[in-house]
Design a protein around this ligand. Structure first.
Ligand SMILES: Cc1cc2nc3c(=O)[nH]c(=O)nc-3n(C[C@H](O)[C@H](O)[C@H](O)COP(=O)(O)OP(=O)(O)OC[C@H]3O[C@@H](n4cnc5c(N)ncnc54)[C@H](O)[C@@H]3O)c2cc1C
Length: 290
């Protein structure tokens, strides 16, 4: 392995300048729970590693006009331990809380989970269902992007050279709204999702679903935002018939691979089941909030 330059800037502008000026291959380092394993395995050999964990706006959770913004380098544990955030977004919190062991959760970040671009990443369907907007900073300045536009395929992102995902803005919680994330794995913990399902929904005063977002993980080359599945819920009281249509639409959207964790047919079936169950949990949560 050749020499690696390690930098830990304390400002975003310094981090962007380092990445933009890099001669060879440069990588952002957040928790390192994907990157360090890839480096040790020789799959990536960066000449420069820029640690972003010392940049305040990347490691904080703030409320902006009633909406939560969390830094892309906040650890899973940081989200789980934030009382206000975990109460407002239990589905996003449970997705982050499924990532690895206690030790991994202390390091792993949602920004790293997204930018590693695994189709099975757990937090990604949950934040897409939440309607998260990412703030990205790079040599050309600041821009915003929908999270569903950032990781189009395995190991690929739409980020340009020197760009860093800084934070995620989740919309202000509407009354009677709730989210949930469920995943299926062959083991009880510490495994990669066979299917993940994130659902966020809003009810009106009469208990009718006025808005919903449904996102599936591990059933395609990317996290899938399934508009047909959301449409099955909108305008209904999320009754048994609506849940049945949701499950069918979720299964119909899948284009999974076969692997040792499950066949295509199995994943397609489980996706419908997970989507229905996640919707029921989100519904219960929405009914409890005011
Ligand atoms: C034992 C173990 C168990 C695991 N279990 C799970 C699991 O259950 N579910 C799951 O989804 N994942 C799991 N993972 C994978 C990993 O922990 C997650 O993907 C984690 O969220 C990655 O975050 P990180 O901060 O460690 O990323 P890093 O390893 O620091 O970075 C990952 C990639 O993203 C880039 N990057 C990081 N942050 C940014 C940013 N802000 N802007 C631009 N690029 C960035 C890096 O350059 C790198 O390419 C597991 C890993 C291990 C080792």
């Amino acid at each position: 392995m050749s020499d690696i330059r390690y930098e830990a800037p304390t400002t975003l502008s310094a981090a962007v300048a380092l990445l933009a000026a890099a001669n060879g291959h440069a990588r952002v380092l957040a928790g390192g729970t994907d990157l360090l394993i890839q480096m040790r395995g020789g799959r990536v050999e960066p000449a420069l590693v820029v640690d972003i964990k010392n940049i305040p706006e990347m490691t904080s959770i703030v409320v902006e006009n009633g909406a939560y913004r969390f830094g892309a380098a906040v650890s899973s544990m940081g989200l789980m331990e934030h009382e206000g955030f975990s109460k407002a977004w239990p589905g996003v919190t449970e997705a982050a809380g499924l990532i690895g062991s206690t030790q991994i959760k202390g390091r792993a970040t949602v920004g790293g989970n997204l930018c590693n671009a695994s189709p099975a990443a757990d937090s990604v369907p949950a934040i897409i269902a939440a309607g998260a907007i990412a703030t990205i900073v790079g040599p050309e300045g600041k821009r915003e992007a929908r999270v569903e536009d950032i990781a189009p395929g395995p190991g690929k992102t739409s980020l340009g050279k020197g760009e860093i995902v800084v934070s995620f803005l989740l919309p202000k919680r509407a009354p009677h709204s709730g989210d949930a994330y469920l995943r299926f794995i062959p083991r009880t913990e510490m495994d990669i999702a066979v299917v993940g399902a994130g659902i966020n929904l809003i009810l009106d005063d009469k208990g009718v679903c006025s808005d919903a977002r449904v996102c599936l993980g591990a059933v395609a080359e990317r996290a899938l935002l399934v508009k047909e599945a959301a449409a099955a819920l909108i305008g209904t009281k999320v009754d048994a018939a609506a849940l049945e249509r949701l499950g069918a639409a979720a299964s119909a959207a899948c284009r999974p691979i076969d692997d040792k964790r499950g066949t295509k047919e199995y994943r397609i079936k489980v996706a419908g089941v997970m989507a229905r169950r996640a919707a029921q949990i989100a519904l219960e949560r929405a009914r409890r909030t005011n």
